[in-house]
Structures are given as C-alpha cells and as structure tokens.
Design a protein around this ligand. Structure first.
Ligand SMILES: *Cc1c(COP(=O)(O)O)cnc(C)c1O
Length: 392
C-alpha cells in the first residue's frame, strides 16, 4: 500500500484544521496587500514596526554592498565574519551577559542549546505551553522529559524533586499564543533550590518588554545567576531574522563546540547581521515605540471587554480573543476579513483542544485610528458569531 495522503488531508479539512498560507504581496506593516486585497492586519510579530524601517533596510543594503549576500560557509569554517562578530558583542552588552552566539533561526537556537546541554541521564522540564521548538528540542535531546503545568512553580517543584542528572528548566518568556509572562521569579527560585539551570526563550519579550527592550529578564531584573541560558529571536520585534543565545563564556563556548544546529549550517548572510545591528540600536533607543504600544494595548483591552470578548491575562502586544470552537474562530476571522481586517484564527494543535482563538497582535506601527477600526468591526461581527448566525 502507498501513502494515503489524500485521506489524511481530507480528515484535516473535515476537522476545520486545514491551514492555508495567505499570500503577502507587500512589505510587512499595518496595511498589507494579501491575496489581491488591501487589508489592515493585526497578526504579524513585528511589534515595534521595524521590519520595513528605512534605516534597517539601508543598513542591509550597505551591508550587502560591503560584505556580499551569502555567508559562504559555516561559522567554524570561514563563515564567521566581522558583522556577525560585532552583532554578538552588541547582544552580549545589551543582555548584560558575558557572551552571545548567533543562530540562523530561533528554532535552531532552541534545538542547539537544549541538545548541547542535556542528554541521556539528564532531565529537561518544560512548561506545557512552551513553543513547539522548545518541546521538540527537549524530545530530541534524549533527556528525561517532563512538562509541568502552565506557569506553575509548585508543579515544577514536584518534578524537580524527581529529576536526575543535570536538570534544565525551560520556559517561554512571553507565551506566544496567550501573551502572558512566565512567572520567572518563582520558577527561578525553585530551580535554584534544586541546583537546576533555567533557559528562557524570550522571542516575544525582547523589544516590547523592559526599560530598554531587554525583555522579561530586564523587566524582572534577573541576571545570569537566575537565567543561565537566555534566547532571543530577530524575526519578531527586531524585524529581521535569526536568533541568539546569551550566557556565560563557558556556556557559549560549549555551544560553539557541541550545538549541532550551530555547527552544521551556513552562517546567516553578514548583511543581515548589519541590519539586525541597526534594528537593535532602534529597539533600545526609540522608547516611544514601547510607550505607544502600551497605549494601544490598554485601549484594545478596554474596547474588547466592553464588547464582551473574552481576553487572556496579557499585558503584551499579543492579545488573543478566546473563542473555543475552531469553526467559530474561523467564522469571526472571515467576517473581519470581509470588512478589510486580517486577524488570524489559531486552532489546535497549535493551541490546546477547545481553545481556538483569534490571535490579535498589536504593533507600534498601528495608529489609534486603525485600532478603533478593529474594535468597531469586532463590535459588529462578534454578536453574530456568538448567536450562531450562519454566515455562508
Ligand atoms: C518564533 C518563535 C521561535 C522561532 O524563532 P524563528 O527565528 O522564527 O525560528 C522560537 N520560540 C518562540 C517562543 C517563538 O515565538
């Protein structure tokens, strides 16, 4: 018998879980062209509006003129160039860690860090709602793998008592589908008591959180003795691509020696590192972007609650509207789209069964007027979805 892919695809369709890729025909931003239509989008992770920033584009252009377009080799061969090195030094200073190491993607950074640090006879403990790349990394490491209840230090402590070998506690900083923050002070205290290390993936916290955009560790004032392994990605608020791990000299050297997703891949284009260096500068210095985001977040929550929408416990630009049923989430998303608004429905298995949602994300590039358009459309559409009015 051959692979019955047709049945598998049909089942996914029937379960309302079939995914489609909208075709973006413009640069990222609040106003986008998608599948031939102009739409006002509330679904990118470009939280600070840097993905199409003229100075970042110019840094990329100048970087390409100076350094060419390809990394040309892996870092350990001849692909580690001056812009990569400068970006790593700037990231170490930014995070207050001894060193930082660039990876080509966040997925690879997580895979590389976890598998280099733990293996057979060790233990990795993860939040149930961690990003897929962290869960995959834990499984791939071969360590004893266990998931604790979401953000629950007591549940973590119970598992820490049964842990063997080197123990790594791994959590998102900002949970990507819920928008809530990891309770790092409590989690780190439990880890420290058990002599475990803590790894935080703050893909969504760098930029929006902290006085200078230093993310959740800056917000909580946690140093390398609390969070030994700190991961950030550039595809979100930095507006570019790639990722980094920051930590001690020994940690970074261990990753250089043993992290396979670091070793066995071509370095990212040096010009990309030039662009990220510029976006790091803007992210740190242009505090007005964080202030404007805070205004948008407050207004969205007030407006959405007045409409009777169910929000989640989030003070970040990730503001999901909890719907529950996948079909209804898609229906609301489609009705908004009819009105020129793009908000993605997120369904299982990306989120737990029965917790489909519209993942609204806000960006410093949105105006207050654009946010009001979203709230007006939600006020119009939500009662229809709630009453179960069929929308064919
Ligand atoms: C996006 C994301 C990643 C993956 O980063 P990429 O650079 O896009 O591969 C990892 N962790 C979290 C929490 C993310 O949101």
């Amino acid at each position: 018998m051959s692979f019955d892919l047709a049945t598998r695809l049909a089942e996914r369709r029937a379960a309302q879980l079939f995914r489609q890729r909208p075709l973006l025909e413009s640069p990222q931003g609040p106003l986008v062209q998608v599948d031939g239509r102009q739409l006002l989008a509330f679904c990118s992770n470009d939280y600070l509006g840097l993905a199409n920033h003229p100075q970042v584009i110019e840094a990329w252009r100048a970087g390409a003129a100076r350094w060419g377009v390809g990394g040309g080799a892996s870092h350990l061969v001849i692909g580690h160039s001056t812009p990569h090195h400068e970006l790593e030094e700037a990231l170490a200073a930014f995070t207050g860690r001894a060193r930082a190491l660039l990876f080509s993607t966040g997925y690879m950074a997580n895979l590389g860090a976890v598998t280099a640090l733990v293996g057979r006879d060790d233990t990795v403990l993860e939040d149930r709602l961690n990003h897929a790349s962290l869960l995959d990394a834990g499984l791939l490491s071969g360590a004893r793998f266990s998931r604790y209840l979401h953000n629950d230090a007591v549940s973590l402590a119970n598992r820490l008592r049964k842990a063997n070998g080197n123990t790594l506690v791994v959590t998102d900083g900002v949970f990507s589908m819920d928008g809530d923050l990891a309770d790092l002070p409590a989690l780190c205290a439990e880890a420290r008591r058990a002599n475990a290390w803590v790894m935080v993936d703050d893909a969504h916290g760098f930029g929006p959180l902290g006085a200078t955009g230093g993310g959740i560790v800056e917000q909580f004032g946690l140093g390398p003795e609390d969070v030994q392994v700190l991961v950030g990605t550039f595809g979100k608020a930095f507006g570019t691509a790639g990722a980094f791990v920051a930590g001690s000299e020994e940690l970074i050297e261990t990753l250089v020696q043993f992290a396979r997703p670091y070793i066995y891949t071509t370095s990212q284009p040096p010009a990309l590192a030039c662009a990220t260096l510029k976006s790091l500068e803007l992210l740190r210095s242009e505090h007005w972007r964080r202030e404007h985001l805070a205004v948008l977040i407050k207004r969205f929550r007030e407006g959405a609650q007045a409409i009777g929408l169910e929000l989640m416990d989030s003070a970040t630009p990730i503001q999901p509207i909890l719907i529950g049923d996948s079909g209804r989430a898609i229906q609301l998303s489609q009705m908004l789209r009819e009105r020129g608004l793009l908000v993605t429905a997120i369904r299982p298995p990306t989120v737990p069964a029965g917790s489909a949602r519209l993942r609204v994300t806000l960006s410093a590039a949105h105006s207050l007027e654009q946010l009001e358009l979203l709230l007006e459309a939600l006020a119009e559409c939500w009662p229809l979805v709630e009453e179960g009015v069929s929308y064919a």
